[in-house]
Design a protein. Structure first.
Length: 705
């Protein structure tokens, strides 16, 4: 249950519901079971949508899939029994209030609820809301929402459930719409007009929120007085939510800037030699990013930058160039990868590209058996220039003497806390975070608001093409035949299986079974098996022959998702593809099409699974990660796309409005202004903001893990 942040201790909002006139005991009990006990609890429980029940239908009933709202009078009631053991159905025949005796009739039906005969009686006036059905010319409405108008014009009854824009709440347990609605209504009656302090700074008198405050927004979010005010209320509350989020982001950013960095500039000799030695020229986007990073490293403020580029856009080269800049400036540079496989891959590249420049490269991973070739170099005095490793890097300072730059690959596997920890170790090194998760531009500010962003928005023209197809899994024999042909032409392939469950035990299940099947299908070619339950050494024993072309196909779970680079692999079959998110499929597919040969990705789905087919269609259409991310955003909403990035913070209630960049920008600007005016948030009006901006406990918790 979400709370209303920032409620003063003496607020009337702490009043228990039992003290609120109009909320009867059984409603209070119902709410209590769902932990809604106070006025604040009810008001925090915002409706997730509204129905426009303002317009009462005139004098006629007609069948429609769209619910309608009517003011009626009860002509006749009765309980009907069908069969001896069934409960009775209650029926009430009604007419529009103003209709004459010959007016059109509608039958309201409550199945199995004969007790309704004690609630609804002839002569009552009701407001009803529901769908009208036509059964052989007889019009009926089943289980309508209703409100009894007691004598004369009961304005309040009309106001709560019908004749207005009516709130619809998410319900838990035994709660009913009516109970929550009545409770919210009466709760709002007992609080003063200004019942809660504003968290947002005073809105501008001429802006879209002129005249608005938090109390009004909450009021209008429950019981809007118009469609426009509902919209403004939701935007106000969304802005408030984003503001609180940005307070943390801005605070984090200010901390980094205050942590005192260093200016690093080199003479460019190493970077130039490195780039000249590459078998290809940098793309314009790569060159631009190298330049941006250089400029940032040269400035006195610590760098905290995101290198954002689709899979295969060539981030590694940019990272290496940045690291060389640090070395030119006399410092060490570290590259941290999320897995051992990736750390080793980076180390191989570093040895190939950097050792010829006279640099010492060390590989440091958590594995028990160190890759000896790396460590031997440090028996002497000379410390390595370049450190490459996994998390282990963070915990081992034997080789570190002057760390100027840390590059973190595939940031989504890294926590904020780890970054914080790095920064805490001695003088703050510059930090470059690389991610291959294409974040729609509309979301970058939200997710990476504390980072500057360099985007590689262009792929190297390698001339290879990936063809993607969605196929029913009954076509697997054909697919096997195709893969054999590719293998016989000297290529290799990946065969990916989804995790059945997040749990370790089941992790390998499908892949192990798939390994047997593909072993038979591809005989006599060699098929390897890779899954998350293997330890680093076992994984390496599988990866090595695959990398070297001795294993022809690799069955795996999603452990190959991130960063693996085997240019000779041209085929990828993804089983049960419907179970993957688009972003993940895109990441997986990025493992092929890395060499000179045309590549093929097939997404297998259940026969006739139309939903999966539609879901995956975009994958056939494009290999542009940003377009896929936008599509993902459109389908699943920002809340889901955000995923990990948001972990550690409460889920955003107004996540769907995140795609509204203007609102996010406003929130950001407000948060920055708040800190400029009051860096410690110590003014009385800012005290309530402190828990949002400062995350001591949060950080402490993450670091313990
Ligand atoms: P990612 O951005 O996914 O980490 P990598 O850095 O692994 O991509 O690069 C993908 C492949 O493209 C690598 O094999 C790399 O050597 C190659 N590559 C990088 N930059 C270029 C370029 N400018 N021209 C041609 N190939 C390049
Ligand atoms: Mg990479």
């Amino acid at each position: 249950m979400p709370d209303l942040p920032g409620i003063a201790a003496d607020s009337p909002l702490h009043r228990p519901l039992r003290d609120v006139p109009g909320i009867v005991a059984h409603v209070e009990r119902q709410l209590g079971k769902e932990d809604i006990k106070t006025v604040a609890d009810v008001l925090a429980h915002l409706p997730f949508r509204h129905e426009d029940r303002i317009r009462m239908e005139g004098q006629t009933f007609h069948a429609s899939e769209t619910p309608s709202c009517h003011r009626v009078i009860v002509m006749k009631t009765g309980v009907k029994f069908f069969g001896p053991r069934r409960g009775g159905n209650f029926e009430a025949v009604v007419q529009h209030t103003d209709a004459n005796a010959l007016g059109q009739q509608l039958t309201l039906r409550w199945w199995g609820m004969s007790f309704m005969s004690r609630v609804i009686a002839e002569g009552q006036e009701l407001i009803i809301h529901g769908k009208i059905k036509d059964w052989k010319g007889r019009l009926s409405m089943d289980h309508p929402e209703y409100e009894i108008l007691r004598g004369g014009d009961d304005d309040e009854a009309v106001t709560i459930h019908a004749g207005r824009i009516t709130p619809i709440y998410r319900l838990g347990g035994a709660l009913t719409q009516k109970a929550v609605r009545v409770a919210a209504w009466h709760a709002l009656q007992v609080v003063p007009e200004h019942f809660i302090d504003d968290l947002l700074p005073q809105p501008k008198a001429d802006g879209e929120f002129a005249g608005w405050n938090r109390s009004r927004a909450i009021r209008e979010a429950h019981f809007p007085t118009s469609t426009e005010s509902l919209d403004t209320a939701r935007r106000y509350l969304a802005l408030e939510e984003f503001y609180l989020y940005q307070l943390r982001v801005v605070h984090r950013r200010r901390e980094v800037l205050a942590s005192g960095g260093r200016s690093m500039t080199g003479d460019g000799s190493l970077v130039d030699a490195f780039i000249k030695g590459l078998p290809f020229a940098l793309t314009d986007a790569q060159s631009r990013c190298v330049k941006e990073i250089k400029a940032d490293m040269a400035s006195k403020a610590p760098m905290n930058r995101l290198l954002h580029g689709d899979v295969g856009s060539g981030k590694t080269v940019v990272a290496f160039a940045s690291m060389l800049t640090a070395v030119e400036a006399g410092a060490q540079a570290a590259l941290m990868a999320p897995t051992q496989i990736l750390a080793e891959q980076h180390a191989r590249n570093a040895r190939k590209w950097l050792e010829p420049l006279g640099l010492r490269v060390a590989l440091l991973t958590g594995a028990k058996k160190e890759d000896g070739s790396g460590m031997e170099l440090w028996t002497g005095d000379a410390k390595p220039h370049i450190l490459i490793g996994t998390h282990a890097l963070l915990h081992d300072d034997r080789l570190v003497h002057d760390l100027g730059l840390v590059v973190i690959d595939e940031q989504h596997k890294f926590g904020v806390a780890q970054r914080a920890k790095l920064i805490q170790q001695g003088t703050a090194p510059d930090v470059l975070v690389m991610t291959a998760t294409p974040i729609p531009r509309t979301l970058t500010l939200t997710i990476y608001g504390d980072l500057d962003v360099s985007t590689i928005d262009q792929r190297p023209q390698t001339g290879t093409k990936i063809t993607t197809a969605v196929r029913s899994k009954s076509k697997i024999e054909d697919a096997a035949k195709f893969l054999r042909e590719q293998i016989e032409a000297g290529r290799q392939g990946y065969l990916v299986y989804p995790l059945i469950e997040e749990s370790d035990k089941l992790d390998a299940g499908a892949a192990v079974k798939g390994h047997k099947e593909w072993g038979k299908l591809l005989k006599p070619h060699k098929v390897g098996l890779l899954h998350g339950r293997m330890d680093a050494e076992e994984k390496d024993d599988v990866m090595k022959p695959f990398r070297e072309g001795d294993t022809h196909a690799l069955v795996s779970t999603t452990v190959i998702e991130v960063g693996v680079d085997v240019p000779n692999a041209t085929v990828m079959y993804i089983h049960d593809a419907g179970r993957f998110g688009l972003a993940q499929l895109h990441q997986l597919r990025g493992r092929i099409g890395r060499g000179a040969h045309s590549s093929y990705c097939v997404l297998f789905i259940d026969d006739k699974d139309e939903e999966a087919k539609e879901h995956l269609a975009i994958m056939e259409e494009t290999s542009d990660g940003f377009r896929i991310a936008e599509e993902d955003l459109r389908r699943r909403g920002p809340g889901n796309v955000l995923g990990h990035a948001q972990s550690g913070q409460a889920p955003l209630r107004f996540a769907e409005l995140l795609a509204d960049t203007r609102l996010v920008r406003t929130a950001r600007a407000l948060a920055e202004r708040t800190f400029e005016e009051d860096p410690q948030l110590s003014k009385p009006e800012h005290l309530a903001l402190r828990p949002f901006a400062f995350e001591q406990r949060e950080v402490a918790k993450e670091m313990m893990q």
